[in-house]
Write a protein of this length. Structure first.
Length: 103
């Protein structure tokens, strides 16, 4: 299992809009991809800015490649998401899960 991590920053209203986009658009699209195993959206507020971090779970690097293309370390941020964010990371981090807990 591999975790793909990405971060962005938004206003409180932008963070709420991105939250809605993540739940209503992005997760349903990702669920349709072979090898997608789940995802989390986390937030942290500081000084009027909201930091958003996504953690998506994938069964393999090949599954990530099918989603992101050959440049797997580049972030994939659709126009609908870009308009609600102040800025975002253009690269992602991949980490292999060594120990996990399944509910």
């Amino acid at each position: 299992m591999i975790v793909r991590t990405w971060s962005a920053r938004a206003t409180p209203d932008g963070a709420a809009a991105y939250h809605a986009y993540f739940e209503r658009t992005l997760l349903p699209e990702l669920r349709g991809l072979a090898g997608f195993a789940g995802g989390y959206l986390l937030k942290r507020e500081a000084d009027g800015v909201v930091e958003l971090t996504t953690h998506t779970l994938w069964k393999s690097m090949d599954a990530i490649r099918a989603f992101a293309g050959e440049a797997i370390d580049q972030s994939v941020v659709e126009p609908e998401a870009r308009v609600v964010l102040l800025d975002f990371d253009t690269v992602v981090i991949h980490r292999e899960v060594l120990v996990g807990r399944v509910p």
